[in-house]
Design a protein around this ligand. Structure first.
Ligand SMILES: *[C@@H]1O[C@H](CO)[C@@H](O)[C@H](O)[C@H]1NC(C)=O
Ligand SMILES: *[C@@H]1O[C@H](CO)[C@@H](O)[C@H](O)[C@H]1NC(C)=O
Ligand SMILES: *[C@@H]1O[C@H](CO)[C@@H](O)[C@H](O)[C@H]1NC(C)=O
Length: 462
């Protein structure tokens, strides 16, 4: 038995500093009324689709790109990030009090999977934001700022002609969250471990670079202009977050209640065709299943799993959400997939049955749940059957070897599925979403997916 040195042991040593939301007062309240203000309505008439590059953190388009990083380096980080993200989602989905607010995983290099490049203000100032479908606020570092360290130009609202800070009388929320000196409506989010972002709420024009190198303006978007930032592990490469959850006030509701993304091969650092489409241009095709929203998070109804033609013996109850947690989420910030133990174990046994006779098992130190083999998935799993996740409404998500396995070292691959224990939600991760176009339609409450070559997606856009 070989040992995957170091790779898994890191799991336990996670710095939990940036995970749990500790105590914050903002969003639910704020956001509930944002949507009802007519400020956000002017966007609906926008003539052009917002189609922009979705930048994977390891790709050549990303400031995190590291040409010397090995497969093992990347796999270790993916596992570390995914495990941290699962802990965040578990904590965030269990927040019960309406006064508590789940935060974003704060701007930390480890919390980043996809980035979006956009500009803010007039003249436009480029910003690189973390895309996060499991948080709500769009915020950027703003000048003057205490604690912001970013390689991106710091947005200075005093130099922008389209900046509109909300005054204290803008709304009941603002009246109770008021910096009387400045007459500014304020926001703040605190995170366990002392991380903190605070500033004022404003509207601004966003400008996206479209995939054909043009640009599209989206006026009057509500955002958090952060003037105070504190984090134990700041990342200079990103200057904010683009929260795309389904909660009231999220950017999605301001651009037309829909978005879609297309994700290709995330293991290929040269792959540049991942795309994000916001608003009415979203590509809504393929199988669809109902999207259930709890506290802004995107949940799906998973009913069963098949490997080839064999339906695994899984009690569908293991996928159900209860007041204690659980349920099945789809997420853009978790790379591997996590399944409740009652689903994970039958899946792992079936995979072991199929592969076990031909390839040598590699033990993952410190975490007996991960199933790893010596070999190269693409080369050695030629005959491996399609794994199908059966969602409500007859929507079948068919997963092939690239969706199910991760290359962890030059000669070691693992099942890219881990265990969601306790009250943790199960999470459909980014490996499973590769080679798919996925659309979130918050008017129809559906999630649609279709196997797609993202490189040809644009030919289909008007
Ligand atoms: C890039 O990867 C190499 C190999 O793992 C590592 O030694 C180096 O520190 C990394 N560079 C950065 C900037 O992370
Ligand atoms: C983001 O876009 C700006 C132009 O708007 C460009 O100068 C910058 O290099 C881009 N950054 C990344 C990481 O793509
Ligand atoms: C994805 O990219 C990796 C790394 O470049 C490559 O080995 C693999 O064959 C690619 N998979 C597909 C399906 O293109």
């Amino acid at each position: 038995m070989k040992t995957l040195d170091g790779a898994r042991t890191k799991f336990v040593a996670m710095d939990t500093a940036f995970l749990l939301v500790h105590r914050a007062r903002l969003l639910l309240v704020i956001m509930a009324f944002l949507v009802s203000t007519n400020i956000t309505n002017s966007v609906a008439t926008n003539p052009r689709s917002i189609v922009t590059k979705l930048i994977h953190r390891d790709s050549i388009l990303s400031p995190f790109f590291n040409a010397s990083a090995t497969i093992k380096d990347r796999a270790n980080r993916e596992l570390e990030l995914s495990t941290a993200r699962l802990a965040y989602l578990k904590a965030a989905t269990m927040v019960k009090s309406p006064d508590d607010i789940r935060g974003d995983i704060i701007a930390d290099a480890r919390g980043v999977v996809f980035l979006v490049n956009m500009s803010i203000g007039e003249p436009p100032v480029p910003q690189l934001l973390v895309l996060d479908t499991a948080s709500r606020v769009l915020w950027v570092h703003c000048s003057p700022c205490t604690g912001c360290q970013t390689d991106n130009p710091l947005f200075d609202p005093s130099k922008s002609s389209t900046y509109f800070p909300w005054p204290c009388n803008h709304s009941p929320y603002c009246e109770s969250h008021c910096d009387t000196g400045e007459n500014h409506c304020t926001f703040s989010v605190s995170y366990k471990g002392g991380s903190y972002i605070a500033g004022n709420i404003a509207t601004e024009k966003l400008t996206f670079v479209t995939s054909d190198e043009g640009s599209v303006d989206v006026p009057n978007i509500v955002f958090g202009c952060g003037h105070e930032f504190q984090h134990p592990h700041p990342s200079n490469q990103v200057s904010g977050y683009m929260g795309l959850d389904a909660g009231d006030g999220s950017l999605i509701h301001q651009v037309g209640n829909k978005f879609s993304y297309c994700i290709g091969n995330i293991s290929d650092t040269n792959y540049i065709y991942n795309r994000l489409i916001l608003g009415d241009g979203a590509v809504i095709e393929g199988d669809s299943t109902s999207l259930e929203i709890y506290n802004g998070f995107y949940y799906l109804t998973l009913e069963g799993i098949s490997v080839g033609d064999k339906r695994l013996g899984i009690d569908p109850k293991v996928f159900q959400r209860s007041s204690e947690g659980g349920g099945v989420m789809i997420d853009s910030g978790t790379t591997v997939t996590f399944l409740a133990r009652g689903a994970f174990e039958p899946l792992r046994s079936e995979v072991e049955n199929i592969i076990g006779g031909s390839l040598r098992r590699v033990r993952a130190t410190g975490n007996p749940d991960w199933l790893c083999y010596r070999g190269i998935a693409a080369r050695d799993l030629g005959g491996f059957p399609v794994v199908t996740f059966h969602f409500g409404g007859g929507a079948d998500l068919e997963l092939n070897v690239e969706n199910m396995f991760q290359n962890n070292m030059e000669q070691v691959f693992c099942l890219a599925v881990g265990v969601a224990d306790g009250n943790s939600p199960s999470v459909i991760g980014v490996y499973a979403q590769q080679y798919l176009n996925i659309a979130y339609d918050l008017s129809a409450w559906t999630l649609s997916f279709e196997r797609t070559d993202c490189q040809t997606l644009e030919d289909r856009l008007v």
